[in-house]
Design a protein around this ligand. Sequence first.
Ligand code: BTN
Length: 261
Amino acid sequence: MAETDFARKLTLKLQSTRKHSGVPLKILRYKQVLSTNTTAYHLGEKGFEEWTVVVADRQTQGRGRFGHRWESPKGGLWFSILLKPAISESRLPILQFFAANAVRQSLKDETGLTVLLRWPNDLVLHTGKIGGILVEAKTILERPSFAVIGVGLNINLTKRQMPTGGTSTLVETRKRFNLQKLLQRTVDRMMSRYGHLDNPVDITNEWWQNCIHRPYTVEIASQGRTITGITRGLEENGALIVESGDREMTRVTEGTLRLVA
Ligand code: BTN
């Protein structure tokens, strides 16, 4: 059974549609899905419109980078946005930085917390990781036919519900936040900044300004090796520039970054 049918059977689905500057926005709500990214991907394949948003109370098979499990109990904000950006396949990495900027700002505005970014796709506080972004795309002949931006935010979750190294807005502030308002604010922000995809340097500059390792000594585990050095910037293709001891600049395109004290 396709996941969309599965989700429909399991949940009472509400659907809201409205327009934002003439662009239709459709929000599909589910009580439970395997993964909002998977549901949104299916919808992309079925030809659903850009700015279709899938949001679920909980995910049973939420996933992060490298296929890692992403714990998604009720209380967090788990959603995916279907987009059809007019960019080439090689420019797809910019989407995760575009999304990170929008999510960071809206989370900060809604909660008052100073949210920062960690390469490549983390939203962090000084006390731990508060959210992550997972972009998946379908490409035909080097042209993306659609992309799915998945966002996971630890909001009304207790310390016991957090994975190691994670934190939540509830843990940090002892306050509960309205998930619907936060979702709306985030999508609005993305919509208003969508045109920046034509100016990737605006996106990478904003990302770098709000980065927790700007500049900082880091260790990056990447493709079986460890790169140690000082972060120097972010390129438009998503590569992190790292200066090692001998002043050599390395461009790292994937990996897991750790701050070195
Ligand atoms: C990461 O930090 O590795 C990325 C985590 C992304 C999690 C979100 S939750 C909504 C969407 N659905 C998923 O299965 N994953 C993303």
